[in-house]
Each structure stands twice: as C-alpha cells, then as structure tokens.
Write a protein that binds this ligand. Sequence first.
Ligand code: UGY
Ligand code: MN
Length: 249
Amino acid sequence: MSLTGFTRTRVTPDHALLTPDTFVRSSLPGWSQAACIVHISPEMGARFMMYTVEMQSGSTGQMSLLDIQRFAYVLEGEVALEVGGARHTLWANNYVYLPANTPHHFAAASGCRMVVFDKPYQALAGMDVPQVVLGHEPDTPSSPLMGDEALQVRLLLPDNFSFDMAVNTMTFAPGAHLSLVETHVMEHGLLFLQGGGVYRLGDHWYTVQAGDVIWMASYCPQWFGALGKTPSKYLIYKDVNRHSLELLS
Ligand code: UGY
Ligand code: MN
C-alpha cells in the first residue's frame, strides 16, 4: 500500500521505468484464469507487447491473433506446453520461441510466472520463417560484450535473418557498465532478473533493481552501471534484422 504516493515508476515518450509497486493485473484474450500485467504495449508507443503472466492450477494460454510471434521465459514454477504434437515441461529459466501462426497451448498445474514478448512477425522475401526454439538460459553459451569479460551476453535465439527479434540476457559483474551511451534504432523491453544499479535513459538517471521493467524507444540514449557486491542481470528484447523502409511499404 502506498501511503506517500511515491514510486520510482516513470513513463515518458521515449522510455519507461515500471516498478512492481505500480503493477496492475488484468485479463488478456488467449490467457484463461491467468493474471496478466501488461508492461509495454503499442499504447505506450512500442511496436511489441511485453507482459508477465501469473498462472495457477487450471490456467491456460494460447495465441489468439494471426501473424504474432511469441517468446515466453519462465521466471518461477512450472508450466506444460503443447506445440507441434509434442509436450514439454518448462521450469524456471526455460524459454520458448513460438513462430507466428504456430498453434500452442500452455497449461499450469500449480503456480507459475512467465514473462512474454509478443510481436508482429515481419517476413523477409526469400527467407525461411523461424522454427520453434526451446532452451534453458544457463545452458546457452555466453560471450563478453565488446571484449569486456565483466559483461557477459547470452543470445537466447539464433542470430540469423529469419528472426526479426532478439532476446538476450546480460550479466554485469559488480562495477561493470555499458561501455558507451548506446543510441540505436532498435527498441528494448527489459526485465531486471537480479541485482541492480543505475540506468541512464535519455537525460535521466534511475536507480533500478530486480523486478523492474524498462521500455526504451528507438534512439533512447541508454547506459547501465551495476552496483552492489553480486552480479546484476537482465533479460532484454530488441527488434533486429529488418530494413526500416520495408516497414513503410
Ligand atoms: O543489445 C543491446 O542493445 C544492449 N546492449 N542494450 C542495453 O543493454 N541497454
Ligand atoms: Mn541497447
């Protein structure tokens, strides 16, 4: 309960910091008996949706829209997934990429939390569409960002032109920071998984910590420095691999 009306949440035209004290639960088509916290959406100015789904025994989920691809990452608990005639069980740090127009069905037998990214798929002429990808984040190889061993990146999706979205984790050793104030055409949706520090977004510097969500619009200047004595880690979405002028045609 907020007795003071204070929150770290900020929403601006080119970025948003959304902290758990301000999360509001609602329903989304396709998700049954599940609470959805929509963090990032076109209403905000984004070209994708990012939301947390809180499931319990009896909760289910499927895709109710055409041409929308989905990436789901399990944060807590366990969920069953049926796709392509196969049944999988996903636990914490398991993730799945579901190409557009791929029928699938999530079902929870107990409590489960997932973060989901839904994005319209933009096909590329002459390029095969992506296949389903299943993975476990800790088993994905990591590599230093721009040679900095203190900042490790894991690419959760294949790095090729059939994909128009990327989802990565970035792990910062205490004191590590982005080497530049990045300013780029890609937009981001980010969930802080552990630790915290200071995030520069536009001309503002924010303290951030595990559980926080950030939206960065295209060209929003961005920088992060990790504080504390344990590593900081976030999950980060971006749109990739497409020519902007194709979007206008
Ligand atoms: O991939 C990225 O653009 C990433 N380095 N951005 C970020 O961490 N804000
Ligand atoms: Mn970036």
